[in-house]
Design a protein around this ligand. Structure first.
Ligand code: ZN
Length: 429
């Protein structure tokens, strides 16, 4: 059995997307008071949407609309058709709560089974699921997709390294699903216990946080050459499992038969040129209970228009490069912290911890300082050369001139959550 789509040409995909777009707009307009008013205010009716070229006539939907509609935002079906809800962790304000019909859940499981198929699993694989279970989308998504695919699910949840190690050894789990932080902790624990030749782990599907190349390398090395697959996902769009990094490890194939992905400039709200970085905007094609019409995800990425080396024709976007709220404007150039950490990940002599400091220079101009740790045990002798190489790489890749400061390994603050990396002092008095 395959979970891959049955269409074979781009024309077929576009026809399917156009039909899904028309259905979604008609469904939302007909059944959701919010969407009806939202579309009316934008002067659009379902009859105006004749094809994909009309997508740009539709108004954006935002996280603010979800908050206003709490507790059941965007609801477009009668309550008796809703069979489950999930919620995001939402650190500020109200949680984002999304409703699902039975078909929404079946679609999500199908998408997730496709992830396991794309990662090359078989029904003999044993999948240790170390993500949060509960109201979050993660546990339920990984679990149901695994069962539909037909592999063996080992539902452990996060943390509890003792039990994780025991199960890796006793059950001979072949696949691990977790955050990248959890995978790194486990890699260190496996090393510390000398377990590597007693376990059979070969693939890790990880998600929910942006992960640098340097961190990926540490996980791969610590777990004896496992293959990593980045899985994107957000509560608003079903949950995790709406795409997957493929075996060529060049970006993420996304399930374009379930949603349309656009990339816009977060300031002008206009589409960016193909291949340029911007904010991901999604429109669902089949979602019943809480459809999304041009939903602004705030996630930054870019479409990868070239055919993929793996041979799969599903379209791709790059790994998530950060959030549009994190964008830095420096000397008229828009920069995302993810671009800086991409350069640092490819630089020799430095670790994965860094800070970006923006400050006035005194002559009315501004300067950017990238402060980065040397690798463990390195001396200061090579500082000048290492810094010069990073300056040159940032100039070449991001088109700005920066200053680079090297500091001792371990001297920048660590966090088990999100580390603050950008310090903008340009407007302080
Ligand atoms: Zn591929």
């Amino acid at each position: 059995m395959t979970f891959m789509p049955s269409w074979s040409s781009l024309d077929q995909l576009e026809a399917l997307q156009a039909a899904g777009l028309q259905w979604t707009v008609g469904h939302a307009y007909g059944h959701s008071p919010f969407y009806r008013q939202h579309l009316q205010e934008a002067g659009v009716t379902p009859g105006d949407i004749k094809g994909l070229e009309d997508l740009k006539r539709l108004p954006f939907t935002t996280a603010e609309h979800l908050r206003q509609g709490y507790p059941f935002p965007l609801l477009s079906t009668p309550m008796e058709d809703v069979v489950r809800i999930h919620a995001s962790s939402g650190t500020t304000g109200k949680r984002k709560v999304m409703s699902y019909t039975q078909r929404d859940l079946d679609d999500w499981a199908h998408m997730f089974a496709r992830c396991y198929e794309m990662a090359g699993l078989t029904r003999l694989d044993r999948v240790q699921i170390c993500v949060g279970y509960g109201v979050w989308t993660a546990g339920a998504g990984f679990q149901r997709g695994c069962e539909l695919f037909g592999a063996l699910a080992v539902p452990v949840g996060p943390g509890n390294l003792e039990m994780q190690c025991q199960f890796l050894e006793d059950f001979q789990s072949t696949v691990l699903c977790s955050t990248s932080s959890m995978a790194l902790l486990l890699a260190e624990e496996v090393q510390r216990r000398g377990l590597l030749d007693r376990i059979s782990l070969r693939k890790i599907i990880y998600g929910s946080e942006r992960t640098s190349e340097a961190m990926r390398r540490r996980i791969i090395e610590g777990l004896g050459g496992v293959e990593l697959y980045d899985i994107p996902g957000m509560t608003e769009l079903y949950g995790p499992g709406t795409g997957l990094e493929c075996s060529a490890h060049q970006g993420i194939h996304y399930w374009a038969d379930y949603y349309i992905a656009e990339i816009i400039n977060p300031v002008t709200l206009e589409p960016v040129a193909p291949g340029q970085i911007g904010e991901l905007v999604v429109t669902t094609l089949r979602k019943e209970a809480a459809p999304l019409i041009r939903y602004r995800t705030r996630d930054l990425t870019r479409l990868l228009p070239e055919p993929c080396a793996c041979g799969n024709t599903l379209p791709r976007h790059d790994r998530l490069l950060g959030r549009s709220d994190d964008m830095i404007k420096f000397r008229a150039v828009n920069i995302y912290p993810g671009q800086i950490d991409a350069v640092l990940s490819h630089s020799h002599g430095v670790g994965s911890e860094y800070q970006i400091i923006l400050e006035p220079q005194g002559d009315g101009r501004e300067r950017m300082v990238v402060r980065v740790e040397r690798i463990e045990g390195a001396s200061t002798a090579d500082d000048q050369q290492v810094a010069a190489e990073i300056v040159r790489a940032i100039k070449a890749g991001i088109l700005v001139s920066v200053e680079v400061e090297l500091v001792d390994y371990g001297s920048l603050p660590r966090s088990d959550r999100k580390s603050k990396r950008v310090f903008d002092r340009r407007f302080e008095k």
